[in-house]
Design a protein around this ligand. Structure first.
Ligand SMILES: [Zn+2]
Length: 336
Protein backbone atom coordinates (compact mmCIF):
# COMPACT_ATOMS: atom_id res chain seq x y z
CA UNK A 1 0.00 0.00 0.00
CA UNK A 2 2.83 2.39 0.88
CA UNK A 3 4.45 1.59 -2.45
CA UNK A 4 1.23 2.46 -4.25
CA UNK A 5 1.09 5.84 -2.51
CA UNK A 6 4.68 6.66 -3.42
CA UNK A 7 4.05 5.93 -7.09
CA UNK A 8 0.57 7.50 -7.21
CA UNK A 9 1.82 10.70 -8.83
CA UNK A 10 2.94 8.80 -11.93
CA UNK A 11 -0.69 8.38 -13.02
CA UNK A 12 -1.76 11.95 -12.21
CA UNK A 13 -1.53 15.10 -14.29
CA UNK A 14 0.00 17.51 -11.80
CA UNK A 15 -0.96 21.16 -11.41
CA UNK A 16 1.76 23.83 -11.58
CA UNK A 17 1.66 24.14 -7.80
CA UNK A 18 2.07 20.41 -7.35
CA UNK A 19 5.11 20.44 -9.61
CA UNK A 20 6.94 22.82 -7.27
CA UNK A 21 9.71 21.35 -5.16
CA UNK A 22 10.64 21.78 -1.53
CA UNK A 23 14.39 22.24 -1.51
CA UNK A 24 16.28 21.03 1.52
CA UNK A 25 19.53 22.64 2.53
CA UNK A 26 20.48 19.49 4.31
CA UNK A 27 18.79 16.17 4.62
CA UNK A 28 18.73 15.75 8.37
CA UNK A 29 19.02 17.65 11.58
CA UNK A 30 21.68 17.12 14.21
CA UNK A 31 19.01 15.93 16.61
CA UNK A 32 17.91 13.16 14.23
CA UNK A 33 21.53 12.23 13.54
CA UNK A 34 22.18 11.95 17.25
CA UNK A 35 19.14 9.86 18.13
CA UNK A 36 19.15 7.83 14.92
CA UNK A 37 22.32 6.11 16.10
CA UNK A 38 20.32 4.16 18.65
CA UNK A 39 17.53 3.15 16.29
CA UNK A 40 16.70 -0.02 14.42
CA UNK A 41 14.24 -0.62 11.63
CA UNK A 42 12.31 -3.83 11.95
CA UNK A 43 9.98 -5.63 9.59
CA UNK A 44 7.96 -8.60 10.77
CA UNK A 45 8.05 -11.01 7.83
CA UNK A 46 4.43 -12.11 8.12
CA UNK A 47 1.83 -12.57 5.42
CA UNK A 48 -0.75 -10.43 7.19
CA UNK A 49 -0.71 -7.59 9.72
CA UNK A 50 0.28 -8.77 13.18
CA UNK A 51 -1.24 -7.59 16.44
CA UNK A 52 0.92 -4.54 17.19
CA UNK A 53 0.30 -4.38 20.89
CA UNK A 54 1.05 -8.07 21.32
CA UNK A 55 4.23 -7.59 19.29
CA UNK A 56 5.44 -4.69 21.42
CA UNK A 57 4.70 -6.31 24.76
CA UNK A 58 6.19 -9.65 23.67
CA UNK A 59 9.44 -8.11 22.46
CA UNK A 60 9.70 -6.03 25.63
CA UNK A 61 9.55 -9.27 27.64
CA UNK A 62 12.01 -11.11 25.42
CA UNK A 63 14.60 -8.37 25.07
CA UNK A 64 14.59 -7.39 28.75
CA UNK A 65 16.35 -4.11 28.06
CA UNK A 66 17.97 -2.26 30.93
CA UNK A 67 16.51 1.08 29.91
CA UNK A 68 13.44 2.17 27.96
CA UNK A 69 12.88 1.67 24.26
CA UNK A 70 9.96 2.70 22.12
CA UNK A 71 8.26 1.68 18.92
CA UNK A 72 7.05 3.92 16.12
CA UNK A 73 4.96 2.18 13.51
CA UNK A 74 6.33 3.17 10.10
CA UNK A 75 4.48 0.79 7.76
CA UNK A 76 2.60 -2.49 7.65
CA UNK A 77 4.49 -4.74 10.07
CA UNK A 78 7.33 -2.21 10.02
CA UNK A 79 8.59 -0.40 13.09
CA UNK A 80 11.30 2.01 14.04
CA UNK A 81 12.61 1.06 17.45
CA UNK A 82 14.48 3.64 19.46
CA UNK A 83 16.69 2.55 22.32
CA UNK A 84 17.74 4.78 25.17
CA UNK A 85 20.96 2.87 25.81
CA UNK A 86 23.44 1.72 23.23
CA UNK A 87 24.04 -1.47 25.26
CA UNK A 88 20.40 -2.45 24.77
CA UNK A 89 20.62 -1.80 21.03
CA UNK A 90 23.78 -3.90 20.78
CA UNK A 91 22.21 -6.72 22.79
CA UNK A 92 19.28 -6.89 20.37
CA UNK A 93 21.57 -6.77 17.33
CA UNK A 94 23.83 -9.46 18.75
CA UNK A 95 20.94 -11.76 19.62
CA UNK A 96 19.57 -11.95 16.07
CA UNK A 97 17.60 -13.56 14.57
CA UNK A 98 14.41 -12.75 16.51
CA UNK A 99 10.92 -13.84 15.73
CA UNK A 100 7.41 -12.98 16.82
CA UNK A 101 4.68 -15.60 16.57
CA UNK A 102 7.25 -17.66 14.60
CA UNK A 103 7.55 -14.93 11.96
CA UNK A 104 11.03 -13.57 11.39
CA UNK A 105 11.94 -10.04 12.49
CA UNK A 106 14.17 -8.64 9.80
CA UNK A 107 16.38 -5.90 11.28
CA UNK A 108 18.06 -3.11 9.41
CA UNK A 109 20.23 -0.31 10.67
CA UNK A 110 18.60 3.11 10.71
CA UNK A 111 18.95 4.77 7.32
CA UNK A 112 18.09 8.41 7.78
CA UNK A 113 18.46 9.22 4.09
CA UNK A 114 15.84 6.73 2.99
CA UNK A 115 12.09 6.63 3.29
CA UNK A 116 10.81 3.43 4.86
CA UNK A 117 9.63 2.24 1.43
CA UNK A 118 13.16 2.37 0.12
CA UNK A 119 14.63 0.28 2.92
CA UNK A 120 15.04 -3.29 1.72
CA UNK A 121 14.33 -5.97 4.30
CA UNK A 122 15.81 -9.04 2.69
CA UNK A 123 18.77 -10.10 4.83
CA UNK A 124 19.06 -11.47 8.32
CA UNK A 125 21.89 -13.05 10.31
CA UNK A 126 21.72 -16.70 11.31
CA UNK A 127 23.98 -19.23 13.00
CA UNK A 128 24.42 -22.10 10.57
CA UNK A 129 25.63 -25.57 11.53
CA UNK A 130 27.74 -27.23 8.83
CA UNK A 131 27.98 -30.99 9.37
CA UNK A 132 30.13 -33.77 8.00
CA UNK A 133 33.29 -31.66 7.53
CA UNK A 134 36.57 -33.63 7.71
CA UNK A 135 38.18 -32.95 11.08
CA UNK A 136 41.26 -31.45 9.47
CA UNK A 137 39.02 -28.92 7.70
CA UNK A 138 37.08 -27.75 10.74
CA UNK A 139 38.89 -24.45 10.72
CA UNK A 140 38.13 -20.76 10.47
CA UNK A 141 39.34 -20.63 6.88
CA UNK A 142 37.25 -23.54 5.64
CA UNK A 143 34.25 -22.24 7.64
CA UNK A 144 34.59 -18.91 5.88
CA UNK A 145 34.69 -20.63 2.50
CA UNK A 146 31.70 -22.83 3.23
CA UNK A 147 29.65 -20.04 4.83
CA UNK A 148 30.50 -17.79 1.89
CA UNK A 149 28.36 -20.05 -0.31
CA UNK A 150 25.32 -18.90 1.69
CA UNK A 151 26.12 -15.22 2.10
CA UNK A 152 28.39 -12.77 3.87
CA UNK A 153 30.20 -14.54 6.68
CA UNK A 154 30.33 -12.64 9.95
CA UNK A 155 32.27 -15.13 12.03
CA UNK A 156 33.14 -18.78 12.48
CA UNK A 157 33.10 -20.21 15.98
CA UNK A 158 36.58 -21.53 16.59
CA UNK A 159 39.07 -21.45 19.43
CA UNK A 160 42.11 -19.21 19.65
CA UNK A 161 44.00 -21.57 17.37
CA UNK A 162 41.39 -21.27 14.62
CA UNK A 163 40.02 -24.79 15.13
CA UNK A 164 36.32 -25.55 15.61
CA UNK A 165 36.15 -29.23 16.49
CA UNK A 166 32.71 -30.42 17.49
CA UNK A 167 29.66 -32.10 16.00
CA UNK A 168 29.49 -29.32 13.41
CA UNK A 169 31.17 -26.08 12.44
CA UNK A 170 29.12 -23.10 13.62
CA UNK A 171 29.16 -20.21 11.18
CA UNK A 172 27.38 -16.86 11.46
CA UNK A 173 26.12 -15.84 8.06
CA UNK A 174 23.92 -13.19 6.52
CA UNK A 175 21.11 -15.05 4.76
CA UNK A 176 19.09 -13.62 1.89
CA UNK A 177 15.53 -14.34 3.04
CA UNK A 178 14.12 -13.79 -0.47
CA UNK A 179 16.04 -16.79 -1.77
CA UNK A 180 15.67 -20.48 -1.00
CA UNK A 181 17.55 -21.56 2.12
CA UNK A 182 20.68 -23.38 1.09
CA UNK A 183 20.49 -26.96 2.36
CA UNK A 184 24.16 -27.80 1.97
CA UNK A 185 27.18 -27.66 -0.29
CA UNK A 186 29.70 -30.11 -1.72
CA UNK A 187 33.22 -29.98 -0.35
CA UNK A 188 35.88 -31.35 -2.66
CA UNK A 189 39.38 -32.26 -1.59
CA UNK A 190 41.91 -34.53 -3.32
CA UNK A 191 39.26 -35.98 -5.63
CA UNK A 192 36.88 -36.78 -2.79
CA UNK A 193 33.51 -35.03 -2.81
CA UNK A 194 31.57 -34.72 0.44
CA UNK A 195 28.08 -33.32 0.98
CA UNK A 196 28.06 -30.81 3.83
CA UNK A 197 24.48 -30.47 5.10
CA UNK A 198 23.39 -27.22 6.77
CA UNK A 199 21.01 -26.56 9.62
CA UNK A 200 19.94 -23.14 10.83
CA UNK A 201 19.46 -22.05 14.43
CA UNK A 202 16.21 -20.32 15.37
CA UNK A 203 14.73 -20.70 11.93
CA UNK A 204 11.30 -19.03 11.89
CA UNK A 205 8.31 -19.86 9.69
CA UNK A 206 9.43 -20.53 6.15
CA UNK A 207 8.05 -22.14 3.01
CA UNK A 208 8.49 -25.92 2.91
CA UNK A 209 7.76 -25.86 -0.84
CA UNK A 210 10.39 -23.39 -2.07
CA UNK A 211 12.54 -22.79 1.02
CA UNK A 212 12.03 -19.03 1.21
CA UNK A 213 11.58 -17.34 4.60
CA UNK A 214 9.56 -14.47 3.17
CA UNK A 215 6.34 -16.48 3.01
CA UNK A 216 4.76 -19.64 4.41
CA UNK A 217 3.68 -22.65 2.37
CA UNK A 218 0.15 -21.29 2.08
CA UNK A 219 1.38 -18.11 0.39
CA UNK A 220 3.68 -19.87 -2.04
CA UNK A 221 3.37 -19.23 -5.75
CA UNK A 222 5.22 -22.39 -6.71
CA UNK A 223 2.80 -24.88 -8.25
CA UNK A 224 1.52 -27.57 -5.92
CA UNK A 225 3.88 -30.47 -5.35
CA UNK A 226 1.96 -32.51 -2.83
CA UNK A 227 3.27 -32.86 0.70
CA UNK A 228 5.25 -36.03 -0.02
CA UNK A 229 7.56 -34.18 -2.37
CA UNK A 230 8.32 -31.18 -0.18
CA UNK A 231 11.94 -30.23 -0.68
CA UNK A 232 12.28 -28.36 2.61
CA UNK A 233 11.14 -29.09 6.11
CA UNK A 234 11.59 -28.71 9.83
CA UNK A 235 14.76 -30.81 9.51
CA UNK A 236 16.56 -27.62 8.45
CA UNK A 237 16.12 -26.32 11.99
CA UNK A 238 19.11 -26.72 14.28
CA UNK A 239 18.76 -26.76 18.03
CA UNK A 240 19.76 -23.35 19.36
CA UNK A 241 23.19 -23.17 20.98
CA UNK A 242 24.44 -20.59 23.36
CA UNK A 243 27.66 -18.83 22.44
CA UNK A 244 29.22 -19.90 25.70
CA UNK A 245 28.62 -23.57 24.95
CA UNK A 246 31.54 -23.46 22.56
CA UNK A 247 34.38 -21.90 24.49
CA UNK A 248 36.74 -24.81 23.81
CA UNK A 249 37.58 -24.56 27.46
CA UNK A 250 40.63 -26.38 28.69
CA UNK A 251 40.93 -28.16 32.00
CA UNK A 252 43.72 -28.76 34.42
CA UNK A 253 46.45 -26.73 35.98
CA UNK A 254 46.96 -23.49 34.08
CA UNK A 255 50.74 -23.52 34.50
CA UNK A 256 50.95 -27.06 33.20
CA UNK A 257 48.84 -26.15 30.23
CA UNK A 258 50.82 -23.09 29.38
CA UNK A 259 53.81 -25.27 29.65
CA UNK A 260 52.27 -27.91 27.41
CA UNK A 261 51.17 -25.37 24.81
CA UNK A 262 54.60 -23.83 24.83
CA UNK A 263 56.24 -27.07 23.78
CA UNK A 264 58.31 -26.15 20.79
CA UNK A 265 58.60 -29.77 19.68
CA UNK A 266 54.88 -29.82 19.00
CA UNK A 267 55.26 -27.16 16.35
CA UNK A 268 58.61 -27.82 14.78
CA UNK A 269 58.55 -30.34 11.98
CA UNK A 270 62.24 -31.25 12.21
CA UNK A 271 61.88 -32.22 15.82
CA UNK A 272 58.65 -34.11 15.21
CA UNK A 273 60.27 -36.16 12.48
CA UNK A 274 62.89 -37.44 14.85
CA UNK A 275 61.07 -40.08 16.88
CA UNK A 276 63.85 -40.66 19.36
CA UNK A 277 64.24 -36.98 20.00
CA UNK A 278 60.53 -36.63 20.69
CA UNK A 279 60.55 -39.52 23.09
CA UNK A 280 63.51 -38.24 25.06
CA UNK A 281 62.34 -34.67 25.12
CA UNK A 282 58.74 -35.50 26.00
CA UNK A 283 59.72 -37.91 28.76
CA UNK A 284 62.20 -35.44 30.19
CA UNK A 285 59.78 -32.55 30.14
CA UNK A 286 56.71 -34.07 31.72
CA UNK A 287 56.11 -31.94 34.80
CA UNK A 288 56.73 -33.64 38.12
CA UNK A 289 53.07 -33.26 39.04
CA UNK A 290 52.11 -35.49 36.11
CA UNK A 291 54.40 -38.28 37.15
CA UNK A 292 52.95 -38.64 40.62
CA UNK A 293 50.50 -41.35 41.50
CA UNK A 294 46.99 -40.55 42.62
CA UNK A 295 43.89 -39.32 40.95
CA UNK A 296 45.00 -35.95 39.78
CA UNK A 297 42.74 -35.53 36.77
CA UNK A 298 44.17 -32.12 36.00
CA UNK A 299 47.70 -33.32 35.44
CA UNK A 300 46.43 -36.49 33.79
CA UNK A 301 44.60 -34.38 31.26
CA UNK A 302 47.59 -32.14 30.79
CA UNK A 303 49.79 -35.13 30.11
CA UNK A 304 47.31 -36.46 27.59
CA UNK A 305 47.39 -33.08 25.91
CA UNK A 306 51.15 -33.15 25.91
CA UNK A 307 51.28 -36.16 23.65
CA UNK A 308 48.05 -35.48 21.83
CA UNK A 309 48.49 -35.06 18.09
CA UNK A 310 45.45 -32.85 17.88
CA UNK A 311 46.94 -29.42 18.44
CA UNK A 312 47.75 -29.02 14.81
CA UNK A 313 45.98 -28.01 11.65
CA UNK A 314 48.09 -30.44 9.66
CA UNK A 315 46.15 -33.29 8.08
CA UNK A 316 45.18 -35.83 10.74
CA UNK A 317 47.16 -38.73 9.25
CA UNK A 318 50.31 -36.70 9.40
CA UNK A 319 49.64 -35.67 12.94
CA UNK A 320 49.24 -39.29 13.98
CA UNK A 321 52.44 -40.20 12.23
CA UNK A 322 54.45 -37.75 14.25
CA UNK A 323 53.04 -38.66 17.65
CA UNK A 324 53.76 -42.35 18.04
CA UNK A 325 53.50 -42.42 21.83
CA UNK A 326 50.68 -43.61 24.01
CA UNK A 327 50.24 -42.70 27.64
CA UNK A 328 49.89 -45.62 30.05
CA UNK A 329 47.35 -44.26 32.50
CA UNK A 330 48.42 -46.69 35.24
CA UNK A 331 52.14 -46.02 35.23
CA UNK A 332 51.94 -42.50 33.73
CA UNK A 333 54.67 -43.51 31.31
CA UNK A 334 54.96 -42.77 27.65
CA UNK A 335 55.05 -45.95 25.62
CA UNK A 336 56.30 -45.97 22.05
ZN1 LIG B 1 7.28 -20.83 -1.36
Amino acid sequence: MEDDLAKQWEGLSLTEKEKEEVLLEKNSSEVVDQYGKFCLLVMIIAEKPVNREAFKSTMAKIWKCESWFKFSEVGMNKFLIEFNKEEDLQKVIKGRPWSFDRWLLCLQVFEGNMSINEVVFNKEEFWVHAYNIPLSSMTYEVGTQIGGCIGRVLTVQVDERGIGWGKFLRIRVEVNISEALQRGVFLSYAGKKTWIPFKYERLPTFCFKCGVIKHAKSGCLVSSLGDSKLQYGAWLRAPASKDNEFPHKTYGNADTQEYAEGQSWRKEREVRDDDQKIKTKAAAEIPESCKKDGDNTGSKKATEKLISPRLTTEPIQQAFKVSPYVLNLESRELIP
